[in-house]
Design a protein around this ligand. Sequence first.
Ligand code: SF4
Length: 377
Amino acid sequence: MAVKSSIEWTDSTWNAIRGCTPVSPGCKNCYASSVAKRFSGPGLPYEGLVRINAAGERTDDWNGTIKFVEKHLLDPLKWKTPKRIFVNSMSDLFHENVSDEVRDKIFAVMALCPQHTFQILTKRPQAMLNYVLLAEERVREIVAFYSDTWGAHKQAEALGGKWISPQRDSMGRVELEGYFDCIEFKWPMSHVMLGASAENQKYYDERIEDLRIIHDAKWTTFLSLEPLLGPINVEYSPSYYPDGPPMCCNGTDCGCRGLPVEPPMVYAADWVIVGGESGHDARPMQSSWASDIQRACARWNIPYFFKQQGMWVDAGHEEFGKLPAGRMAYYDSQGNIVPKCDPRLADENADVTTMKWVGRKRAGKTLYGKRYHEFPA
Ligand code: SF4
């Protein structure tokens, strides 16, 4: 049976590998590693995947070991109803300890399941890029070799297709591998979405170029800006464009209306997901960061999905009404904490936002009162 997911932008999760290592600040409160800690005792699914501390206790830190869970490899072949499937919610498929052999098998299973939409998300888009540039022939061979053994014929029949037997020449040599007439091997696969995750401008700037090359290679791509820990200029990052977007002229000389002459960086993605962090150690996301990204996506016609505000809200914003007494914290517009002794707190014009902890339910799933649940076409 498919594992139903509580993540709003997907239907089910599929975990044929387990384990990871933190790679950037967005990993600090990794949800997957806290689940792994709970189930890491002897004989449990995550045994051997989390770090043991000096006192011999299991922690919620991954130890870098990756486990291939072969019994789950073929799960999507058994799911007849078309679904959005989040691939590896408990790992990162492009972690350095995942072998290409395992990745090839996972891609081969996806190739055999054209009825689903697969969503692969990584914080290591460079490894994802290197993989998709080189893996096509290997995956094609696995599809041809294993599809019958894996029982893909049942799947193909359920999809209305039939198995075409291998063709042989007069010497009995295989001229053409057997194949399912409803499953056409394509690379890029149109039902597989490749995504990169970034939490602030620094990691956006580092990861977006790899995603752009993947997008230019005609894969469907997405960006997950979650947990959002700082503002991100998704169009023309200041480190790439210190003088702002490159303009053609003043907008009237040539009749260009003042549009930039280069496409925005966010064109690397066909879909953008934004969300604040949840959990007991969650860090705040200022609503203005999420709404700046929403406006940028609207300007360039990129579907935008706002997942959740997190645990904290901007204390002064009317959307949240009168807030109960509770934990407060002060942040500047870049997401840096402003300590209580900072003189900026006494200056009403200072660039300081008061954030209040209200919990996930109260913080909600709307952005300034509006729900954004857009999906790519
Ligand atoms: S990459 Fe993902 S799974 Fe791995 S540690 Fe970071 S948040 Fe967790």
